[in-house]
Design a protein around this ligand. Structure first.
Ligand SMILES: *Cc1c(COP(=O)(O)O)cnc(C)c1O
Length: 296
């Protein structure tokens, strides 16, 4: 179907009408999506105790599924949550949910909560959910013009775990909108970390592609962009000081649902000439081929 946008905007082909999401799986059982719920006694609600993960489904197949399963199990381990299902069992359930929804283009969200606690504190048995998503198309303008990031000193509590706690990001929403920004870039007073839901990359003179090494969630997109980028230029995974932002020629965010989003301003600093950079564009253009090669 062809969607015509406002004059000046690129018209684009919308892949297919989104299938209606009809099923999720709760503790392994397929459940009508409209009825899918957990009891209020879950520690996710009472204490914000839980982890999740999120990945795309393309042509009916989950993208980089082994990477995401690795990370989901690692997050569970870091938060001392026991998954009541095996890796194979979870993988099969994901495929079952995709199939039940006839999901060709969309996403899957995995969730592992603290589970029900009668005394509101002591975990008993975690609840695990496989949720199907359809996706809205991105605002193309953000990708052609690039986004703005605020700078914020903030460190996520368990940086290596994908926990469900996005309290800071959510409470910042008004500030972000007022500043016409996309997200905020976290730093710890010395070094740049990541943004609300994405990893940050810089292109420095060389060109060299650089991304922070520690104190962050190790993004799956980050991993693959590093791999793809390393065939084009030197890559550096190292501490990046806040002061280095000034010297960046280009910057971009990575995340499963972006996958690469150009950044043209960080705090007070304009990045490069304030336009989407050459390397960023090249990586964005190469992503499709990279996926196709990875799917073989
Ligand atoms: C999910 C997330 C990312 C990006 O990870 P991907 O695996 O690329 O989606 C980065 N930082 C945080 C805090 C995240 O939650």
């Amino acid at each position: 179907m062809l969607f015509l946008r406002a004059p000046g905007e690129i018209s684009y082909i919308y892949p297919k009408p989104f299938p209606m999401i009809r099923f999720h799986a709760i503790n392994g059982r397929l459940t009508d999506a409209a009825q899918a719920s957990l009891h209020v006694n879950d520690l996710a609600i009472l204490r914000g105790y839980g982890i999740f993960d999120f990945f795309l489904v393309k042509t009916g197949r989950p993208l980089f599924i082994e990477d995401y399963l690795d990370r989901f199990f690692n997050s569970a381990h870091l938060m001392e949550l026991d998954l009541p299902v095996s890796r194979t069992g979870l993988h099969e359930k994901i495929l079952e949910v995709i199939e039940a929804n006839k999901l060709t283009e969309g996403a899957i969200r995995l969730l592992l909560t603290g589970g029900y606690a009668e005394d509101s504190f002591t975990p008993q048995s975690p609840n695990w959910l496989v949720l199907a998503h359809d996706l809205k198309p991105h605002k193309q303008e953000l990708f052609t013009a690039g986004g703005k990031l605020l700078l914020q000193q903030f460190q996520r509590e368990f940086p290596m775990a994908k926990t469900i706690n996005y309290g800071n990001a959510l409470r910042m929403r008004k500030k972000i909108t007022e500043a016409d920004a996309h997200e905020a870039l976290y730093h710890n007073g010395r070094e740049v970390l990541e943004s609300f839901r994405s990893n940050i990359f810089f292109v420095f003179d060389g060109p060299v592609l650089a991304t922070p090494a520690e104190g962050i969630l190790l993004g799956i997109t980050r991993k693959h962009v590093l791999e793809m980028g390393s065939s084009l230029m030197p890559v550096e995974v190292r501490p990046i000081s806040v002061g280095e932002i000034r010297h960046a020629r280009e910057a971009f965010l990575t995340g499963s649902n972006k996958p690469i989003l150009p950044v043209i301003q960080i705090g007070e600093h304009q990045i490069g000439d304030g336009k989407v950079g050459r390397v960023t564009r090249q990586l964005m253009d190469s992503w499709g081929d990279y996926l196709a090669a990875a799917a073989k």
